[in-house]
Write a protein that binds this ligand. Sequence first.
Ligand SMILES: [Zn+2]
Ligand SMILES: [Zn+2]
Length: 336
Amino acid sequence: MKAVVLEEVGAEPVYREIDKPIVSEEDDVLIKIERTGVCYRDLLTVDGFFPRVKLPIILGHEIAGRVIEVGDKVSKVGVGDRIVSLTYIPCGECDYCRSGRENLCINRKWFGEDLHGSYAEYVLTKEKAVVKIPENVGWNEAAISACVTGMLIHGFEDMAKISSGEVVLVTGAGGGVGIHAIQVAKAYNTKVIAVTTSEEKIKYIEKARPDEIIVSKDDFSKEIKKRFGGVDLVLESVGEPTFRTSLKSLKWGGRIVVVGNVNVKPVNLNLGIIILRENMIIGNLSSTIKSLEKALTLYQKGLVKAIGSVYPLKQATYAHKLLRDRKSIGRIMLKP
Ligand SMILES: [Zn+2]
Ligand SMILES: [Zn+2]
């Protein structure tokens, strides 16, 4: 099969022929990929940020496709079913898995890092990591279920306990996570303020229907405080460049959910602000089966639509360049 393989850290991944995976265990599910999302995490893998990655490896962890073969004991899905997979395979047995926090599974195996990923014609996953796609949900939406929509549902709902009527700020609003975070937050009946550094991205961000769009290259907290008196919740999809300003934009008691880490630099924190204002900083890693299922429900209701572009799989390197240069709008997806 054709796949995009990382052979050397720091070098461009290579589009080439590689052995097709085979079903060998009773809970295996072999998928023919229809769409796979391009994530900043893939760039970090190329850059060597995850040292445990065993090379060569097929990149990609945002998986949507059709089942073509299953192991003997698989009953949840069958050949021909359209499915999405978690971005990792959980063990199903550790304390985290048993308590429904399988995203923190201590034995999990991540696609594109520990396991061959989805920048390929086929990928091998497990029954416990997959969910069927409802009929009226398209491939583009399906592809962003685990790493974008499901992750955001997990962050907003499970972690930050979002409630209707709250004011939510989304940074990096034109990016793959940001543009969908606007829609997911709106699904909880909140007021959403979208922040972007790019005037050109406004017309795309408008498609996600935020209540306000602010274009700012530096400290947007003054404008936020002046116009809205601060926000209840921030979805921080950028990381170090906007984190401190996001924190300053919070109301007393406000929460900040951190999902983006574009330049992996540490941040200086003024602990006094966090103590005196009882602000909460919340990490958010990927999705659980439960939040993945909820993502599919949001699409069915028409509350979240995929915004982005689709390229052929062999253009993965070009797609990476677009993402690195911040030229992309929404999620870039690849189609084998
Ligand atoms: Zn991802
Ligand atoms: Zn586990």
